[in-house]
Design a protein around this ligand. Structure first.
Ligand code: NAD
Length: 502
């Protein structure tokens, strides 16, 4: 990255800046008030796009469109094969537009283009999975409890679902909700984060192109302040049957409270502070390389980040040296370049927050590497933060207990297997975790004992299996996404008893 790239780009919207409206009833529409807001590129400060700034009346329009489409439209009553075909065409249109949507993600979120492409590929697989799952939808019949009766257990679409999403995976986060919800036959209102709404609006266009009937999926956008307002309207609306939310635990509480209005179903994918546990007998090189991606992937802005590294005493010093060496291999710079592995943080607020945790870390542990922007004038006044590692951190400290959502690692020493399990579990969160050992017995014992929604053995974030259910224990959430569980979140169960007198 050069200093001129950061400072010379225009910082106001121009005639060529894309201007997005909402997506309502199959077409783009401005806000009733005519208001719009800008999203700036976190890499160079240029305006990435403008968006319609929705208020209460726009949110209510989107809800009404989804309600009408559910109550009287064809989608909830369609044959499974129709939904399969639309979802498969959606996967194809997304694939055809992979570059456009990946570049939009880069412009609005600052994530590196290769990370953005990986996200699009993962999203296509997810859509294909749920397209296939549509063809396998079925209920149960109970025929042998009573010879004079037959019981049917049907699975029906849950109704109108409001999907509220964060900015960190701006294609995958909406897709992992949209695909199972459409497979189930629901109709939707989607509210993306104000920090990266463009990709959701592109997904809506692609779905219309793929043949989704108008009104089945509606998108309303809004800025930071109105975002909370619109989110609350969706959560409290009596016309909405289900909220699928991904975001911070603090917002998750507000979502849950508002959803009591009509006792709507709620699923929450929230924050994390996951432990990546490395035993003396771990496969050393892979564990060291993966420890970096576990907390630096997407510049550390990932819910499942392995942001607590628990290292057994016997290898501690050697292992930390190896992790630091790996940290220095990260390439920070222009996120549009294929060679970049870490982009800037999402905005100034998040940057200030992360640097605040760095200061806390300096008091609570020993700074081993990083701590701010890379050296050099090119990174001055930028939103970049280098991989930052603190050693000798106590598990009870703020740095080890709070979600930083940036590339900051807390290293915690342990002696025994029991210590490792206790430390991993001493957290209000329970989203993910990893365990590295050549003893499969140790690894499985630890994986079973850690109270978290997913564990990786001798890997982190993926061992290459798609569609495993994802979700949290404790304050990391309620419900699951991906796999069959993800589809069930958008279904109601109905029983019918049929009397069969002789
Ligand atoms: P956030 O909670 O600030 O915002 C998430 C969404 O909620 C946004 O669309 C926002 O506009 C909306 N919102 C804000 N206030 C609201 C309110 N009062 N009522 C209803 N909606 C409201 O989160 P963020 O900063 O966008 O995302 C980062 C957080 O998301 C992190 O905590 C991260 O761990 C979490 N996350 C979790 C997962 C997971 O799968 N568990 C995945 C990605 C991100």
């Amino acid at each position: 990255m050069s200093a001129s790239t950061v400072s010379s780009t225009a910082r106001t919207a121009s005639a060529t800046t894309p201007a997005f409206g909402f997506w309502l009833n199959g077409k783009s529409r401005p806000a009733h008030s005519g208001a719009s807001f800008e999203r700036k590129n976190p890499f160079d400060g240029s305006v990435a796009a403008t968006f319609a700034n929705g208020d209460e009346s726009d949110a209510n329009d989107a809800v009404q469109a989804a309600r009408d489409a559910f109550d009287t439209g064809p989608w909830p009553r369609s044959a499974a094969r129709t939904r399969y075909q639309v979802l498969m065409r959606f996967a194809q249109v997304l694939s055809d537009n992979a570059r456009a949507i990946a570049e939009r993600m880069v412009l609005e979120s600052g994530k590196p283009i290769k990370v953005a492409f990986g996200e699009v590929q993962g999203s296509i697989k997810t859509i294909e999975y749920y397209a296939g799952a549509t063809l396998a939808l079925e209920g149960r019949a109970i025929s042998d409890r009573n010879p004079e009766a037959l019981g049917l257990v049907l699975r029906e679409p849950i109704g109108v679902a409001a999907l509220i999403t964060p900015w960190n995976f701006p294609v995958l986060n909406p897709v992992i909700k949209i695909a199972p919800a459409l497979a189930a036959g629901c109709t939707l209102v989607v509210k993306p984060s104000h920090l990266c709404p463009g990709p959701t609006l592109l997904l809506a266009q692609y779905l219309t192109e793929a043949g989704l009937p108008d009104g089945v999926l509606n998108v309303v956008t809004s800025d930071l302040d109105r975002g909370a307002l619109v989110g609350q309207i969706l959560c409290s609306s009596l016309l909405v049957d289900k909220i699928a939310f991904t975001g911070s635990t603090a917002t998750g509480r507000a979502v849950m409270r508002a959803a009591t209005s009509n006792i709507k179903h709620v699923s929450l994918e929230l924050g994390g502070k996951s432990a990546n546990i490395v035993f003396n007998d771990a496969p050393f090189d892979e564990a060291a390389a993966t420890a970096i991606s576990a907390f630096c992937y997407n510049s550390g802005q990932q819910c499942s980040a392995g942001s607590r590294l628990l290292v057994q005493r016997g290898i501690h010093d050697r292992f930390i040296d190896a992790v630091v060496e790996q940290a220095h291999l990260q390439v920070l710079g222009d996120p549009m370049k294929d060679t970049t592995s870490m982009g800037p943080l999402i905005n100034e607020e998040q940057h200030t927050r992360v640097l605040g945790y760095v200061e806390i870390g300096k008091r609570e542990g020993k700074l081993v590497t990083g701590g701010g922007a890379p050296p050099g004038a090119a990174f001055a006044n930028s939103l970049f933060v280098e991989p930052t590692i603190f050693d000798a951190v106590s598990n009870s400290s703020k740095l080890a207990q709070e979600e930083v959502f940036g590339p900051v690692l807390a290293v915690i020493l342990f002696d025994t297997e029991e210590d490792a399990i206790r430390l991993a579990n001493e957290s209000r969160y329970g989203l993910a975790g990893g365990v590295w050992s050549s003893s499969i017995n140790t690894a499985i014992r630890v994986a079973k004992a850690v109270r978290t929604g997913k564990m990786f053995i001798n890997s982190y974030n993926s061992a290459g299996i798609d569609d495993m259910p994802h979700g949290g224990y404790k304050e990391s959430g309620i419900g699951r996404e991906w796999g069959p569980n993800g589809l069930e979140e958008f279904q109601q169960v109905k029983t019918i008893q049929i009397r069969l007198p002789k």
